[in-house]
Design a protein around this ligand. Sequence first.
Ligand code: HEM
Length: 390
Amino acid sequence: METFNFIPAYPPLPFPLPVWLMQTLLIAGFFLHALPMNVVWGGSVIGAVMFFLGRKDTSSYTYKSAKALAISLPLFISFAITQGIVPLLFLQLLYGPAFYSSSIIMAAPWLSLLAILIVSYYIAYYIIYRVLKNDFGAKTAIKASVWMVIMSIGFAAIASIFSNNMTLMQTPDKWMPLYSNNPHGLNLNLHEPQLLPRYTHFFVSSIAVTGMTLGCFGLYLTKRNAEFSTWLLKLGSRIFLGATILQIPVGLWFLKSLPQSHMAAFMGGDQLVTGVFIASMALMLVSILATAISSASGDRRLFIAGLVSNALLILAMIINRHQLRLMYLNPHVQPDAVAVSTQWDLLAIFLVSTVALILYLVWLSRLVYRAFHTESPAVSNPASANVAST
Ligand code: HEM
């Protein structure tokens, strides 16, 4: 089927920045989105499990860790949302003809994303200010666990909608059949071979990153409670290790689901793509080795080595993901052919706003931290009296 006719042209305006710079900002922006987004999704799953496991003893480390995760989630959600705007901007600019088309074809689930996000975000606060506000018995723990499961379903749905759209935008040959099937936007990209492995890959990674986050809680507690800190470092390392080892077959499954020519690019067919892939495999080995030791000993330095190599591994994988998108889109959409009229003043405003946003998020984190760690019994925050012990 002739697909080219269905791909709209770029708007006649020139790009405000060179393509390479926008691609770099897209990758960097998605990296900043991916880290908190993983904690949001994985944290709601791990939090649900830990509330359930710790239900019989609310003074246990398991329960306390679940509570710490629950309390931090709204912050991670706000990071994920605000840092999602940056890649959204550059995705629209660079690959608008593909991204807008796929978003229209699956408009109903795509727009429902906002409603699901608002409800899930609300549940995160509901858990803190309603569920955990009351007594700390097994009933509270089970209630918190159930709400966390509901919230995790919301985040899983959001992630699934994103994966559907990100895969649909790069396969224009599917647009017309899907549009003919339902012109009202009630479509998903469920027949895409890479959808399930890609989605599973993101899910397993969200569990691994949540493990790292629990370990970071442990690092933070080093001076305040050494025993709890070591417990968290060990647990976080174990969760990361288990998920990352599971990621190996999942990653191979993902690779096998790609068209032959795209898979070959990762296996030596394209030097740059293979180079990034080899680097990510090396980083994975380092993170596995480091966390294997820290999961047994609680060693802080090795945990940090695992943490840093994991962050670099995620960055390398995001670059590979971008290269994969280019393999799909290059025959159909060419941003390089669009004229560029660089507007440095706009870039400066963008960078200043980005820095201001990050400063704001740091300020917000400190504000939330102080609210939950105040020594004063006369706390205006209803949840703080209950959670301050975390
Ligand atoms: C908090 C809940 C969210 C979750 C769990 C989530 C999850 C995900 C996942 C799994 C992907 C990758 C999909 C794939 O490539 O297969 C993704 C991509 C993306 N997300 Fe989010 N997301 C969330 C919220 C948001 C929000 C609110 C925005 C926008 C403000 C956003 C912007 C983006 C963008 C632009 C991409 C694609 C980036 C690119 O392809 O380079 N996300 N998200």
